[in-house]
Design a protein around this ligand. Structure first.
Ligand code: NAP
Ligand code: MG
Length: 494
């Protein structure tokens, strides 16, 4: 049965002003229409921003520990509903239950971290250069946060942004990806049930160019936190500059796993299978390149090809499925185009390379896990983000060459090195240009309490996760209290 959902503005669930809607479909079965959502536009955004702006004046005065207590309750409710949330997510975007449960768990962890941060939000006290004077710097809320998220982590990514935003005392206008509006709505329902006041969280569904742009351009929105593609990130950065908004961008990746000749090959194999084909390759941290030392190249590739062929494609709700569908038809087209580009560039298809058919796959956006061998480092499939189950394999002669190849893209999110040699490991930690480096672990697997983000065109210097995201969602207020009873002039009377 198709369910109908609405926007939440100022505590009320309402339709888009236009009355228009869009469909949410199951990527494992495109005839399965799960739900419909309001197709909103600028007028809906204006109302949501008005509501968030008004609510800010009260929410900023709620003590941070009390805001944290609400978020602890949110974590408890997410735990209680974990299975239902995971199933909702698998149905609307396809990844397997094991992973959607993990996605929800990351949100739960983020909620508890935020709850605890409510009793910290540390500032600084610093000695004054003048007598009888007290200096401190405090973290202040900023205002209305516009939050725009992608479909590949439909729960975790919104929680990474919304929980710290709220904890710091900001109010939120949230636009989730059009492919995952239902998971986003479930999250907002929980926030409301847990006690987030009217207007503090607002959700506006609709397309990126209508709703997303309206949020970014709105003069009453103070900051934007965006995760998505580098191309949209650049547009957002330009548009936000007109009103001098604070902007955090978490963008694309072209992550490499390096396998040295001294690596434990079985471990490296498990790592690359999980890194490349988990979430059907649709992770910003997915292993998209495998850089292998020439001494183990042939052996490792034959191990990899054999294991990849055994991966079971299917509906993510089925517990025996390893790899679910891609999220939509556009993703299938992009992946297929890249495989064709690879062929034209002279790459060898070792495994996969086409749409998957067969039992239970006919009506879904399934693509075979694909390995391209003997890829040269400058080829398009070696440097451009594909965002699908396609792994490009490159042969190298040394750790130095491996690092040079790993660095030869415009992205810099995650990286992994498999080696038993501590010298290789530390050289890689120092020289790989990426926000994240794993040693003897795959490129995916961020923990909620650690900084997350990348360098180069993966972002604009901010970090989500851990303590670092609280820097983004709060602003420093510097305070001087002079209790000398006379005029004291800094730099002059010292
Ligand atoms: P996307 O096309 O950039 O969309 C991301 C979000 O932005 C969606 O909510 C989208 O709305 C919205 N949007 C689209 N155009 C917009 C515009 N002009 N102004 C404002 N908002 C706009 O990315 P995606 O395809 O959903 O996600 C895949 C990309 O995200 C990949 O590049 C991946 O690497 C990246 N990603 C990065 C991270 C990270 O932390 N670094 C994590 C996950 C994903 P609609 O859905 O309505 O189009
Ligand atoms: Mg869908």
């Amino acid at each position: 049965m198709t369910k109908t959902y609405k926007n939440l503005i100022n505590g009320k669930w309402i339709d888009a002003k236009s009355g228009k809607t869009f469909e949410n479909r199951n990527p494992a079965d495109w005839d399965d229409i799960l739900s419909t959502f309001p197709l909103s536009d600028k007028t809906d955004v204006d109302e949501a921003v008005r509501s968030a702006r008004a609510a800010f004046e009260k929410w900023r005065l709620v003590p941070a520990p009390s805001r944290g207590n609400i978020l602890r309750k949110v974590g408890d409710m997410m735990s209680a509903r974990k299975e239902d949330l995971a199933r909702t997510m698998t149905k609307e975007m396809g990844k397997v239950l094991l992973e959607t449960r993990g996605d929800v768990q990351e949100g739960i962890d983020t909620a508890y971290y935020a709850a605890a941060e409510g009793r910290r939000l540390f500032g600084h006290t610093v000695p004054s250069e003048l007598p009888n004077k007290f200096n401190m710097a405090l973290r202040m809320p900023i205002g209305v946060a516009g939050i725009i998220t992608p479909w590949n982590f439909p729960m975790a990514i919104p929680t990474w942004k919304i929980f710290p935003a709220l904890l710091c005392g900001n109010t939120v206008v949230f636009k989730p990806a059009s492919d995952t509006p239902e998971t986003a709505t479930r999250l907002v329902e929980i926030l409301i049930e847990a006690g987030v006041p009217d207007g503090v969280i607002n959700i506006v569904h609709g397309g990126g160019s209508a709703v997303g742009t309206a949020i970014v351009e709105h003069p009453e929105v103070d900051l934007i936190s965006f995760t998505g593609s580098s191309s949209v990130g650049k547009k957002i950065s330009e548009a936000a500059a007109k009103t001098l908004k604070r902007v955090s961008l978490e963008l694309g990746g072209k992550n490499a796993q390096i396998v040295m000749d001294d690596a434990k090959l079985d471990l490296a194999l498990e790592g690359v299978l999980w890194g490349a084909f988990g979430t059907t390759g649709q992770r910003c941290t997915a292993t998209s390149r495998l850089i292998v030392h020439e001494k183990v190249y042939d052996k490792f590739l034959s191990m990899l090809a054999e294991s990849t062929k055994k991966l079971r494609l299917g509906d993510g709700l089925n517990e025996t499925t390893d790899v679910g569908p891609l999220v939509n038809e556009g993703q299938v087209r992009t992946v297929d185009q890249y495989v064709k580009i690879g062929i034209a560039e002279g790459e060898k298809i070792l495994v996969g390379g086409k749409r998957a058919g067969g039992d239970g796959l006919a009506k879904g956006w399934f693509y075979e896990p694909t390995i391209l061998g003997d890829v040269r480092p400058q080829m398009r499939v070696a440097v451009e983000e594909i965002f699908g189950p396609v792994l490009s394999v490159i042969k190298v002669k040394s750790i130095e060459e491996a690092i040079t190849v790993a660095n030869a893209t415009r992205y810099g999110l995650s990286s992994a090195v498999y080696t038993q040699d501590i010298n290789n490991a530390y050289q890689a930690i120092r020289d790989i240009k990426a926000g994240i480096t794993y040693i003897n672990a795959p490129t995916i697997g961020a923990e909620a309490h650690m900084p997350f983000g990348g360098v180069k065109e993966t972002g604009n210097g901010h970090r989500e996760g851990g303590w670092t995201v609280y820097e983004f969602f709060s602003e420093w207020k510097t305070v001087y209290v002079d209790y000398s009873g006379r005029l004291q002039r800094a730099q002059i009377d010292t």
